[in-house]
Design a protein around this ligand. Structure first.
Ligand code: DC
Length: 230
């Protein structure tokens, strides 16, 4: 069967990565979590003191971009590729609430976006890829054969992230997560460069009332339909 490009965009914590991983595993495609790349650049900025609660030295981060090397490495035990920053596995560090609090600021920087978009496009050259993010169907792969735009209410999304962080032993309140979700929604949809937008040809899915399995079945049907039509 011909391999296609699948772009999954949407608001934070809508279950994009869960769906993308399920599809990639089922179809034998490569899965790329583009948000992990923005998170890794944010971690780099934090580690080097370029960003903090009330400061952001944007220019120094831009000047440091050539020294930021990102790559994914498949972990067979986990069944997905983990994020490496300058050859160090940062998969755990990039998921903390601190990184979540700063990442939208870093993702607003055009120089950061162009570096990451170039790398993402390179990874998708051979098709057979599922990538999730905010601008995948609009900027990274505007010619993707299947584009999904996911949504769910802020409360549903905050609850999912809260449960996920609790299960990892991170001590956070539901209110802090909800605030973070709402703030990121605002920044992601209002930034000048590549704001979160549904591509005209994307299929919208509100999964507030769907289980993971139901959602997977719906999208898999779509993949098969598109693939057969090629
Ligand atoms: O998917 P995520 O929540 O891990 O993404 C983290 C942040 O990165 C999110 O707040 C917005 C940004 N992002 C982006 O601007 N473009 C992408 N393609 C992916 C993520």
């Amino acid at each position: 069967m011909k391999k296609i490009t699948i772009a999954i965009d949407g608001f934070s914590s809508t279950g994009k990565s869960t769906l993308a991983k399920q599809l990639a595993n089922h179809l034998g495609y490569v899965y790329v979590d583009s948000g992990a790349m923005y998170r890794a650049v944010t971690l780099f900025a934090m580690q080097n003191g370029y960003i903090g609660t009330d400061f952001f030295d944007k220019q120094t981060l831009i000047n440091s971009l050539p020294y930021i090397k990102l790559h994914f490495q498949f972990n067979p035990d986990l069944g997905f590729a983990e994020m490496y920053l300058n050859d160090v596995n940062v998969e755990k560090e990039i998921r903390t609430i601190e990184v979540s609090n700063f990442v939208s600021k870093v993702a607003e920087v055009s120089e950061v976006r162009s570096k990451l978009v170039e790398q993402q496009q390179e990874m998708g050259k051979k098709r057979g890829i599922v990538m999730d993010g905010r601008d995948i169907g609009t900027v990274v792969f505007p010619d993707a054969e299947l584009k999904i735009f996911m949504n769910a209410s802020p409360e549903t999304r905050a609850r999912r992230r809260y449960d996920e962080l609790q299960s990892k032993g991170q001590n956070v309140t539901f209110e802090a997560i909800l605030k973070n979700v709402e703030e990121r929604d605002h920044i992601d949809t209002h930034r000048d460069d590549s704001p979160l937008l549904k591509a005209d040809d994307a299929i919208e899915m509100d999964n507030s009332a769907l289980t993971r399995e139901e959602q997977f079945e719906v999208v898999l049907e779509l993949v098969l339909k598109v693939t057969k039509s090629l």
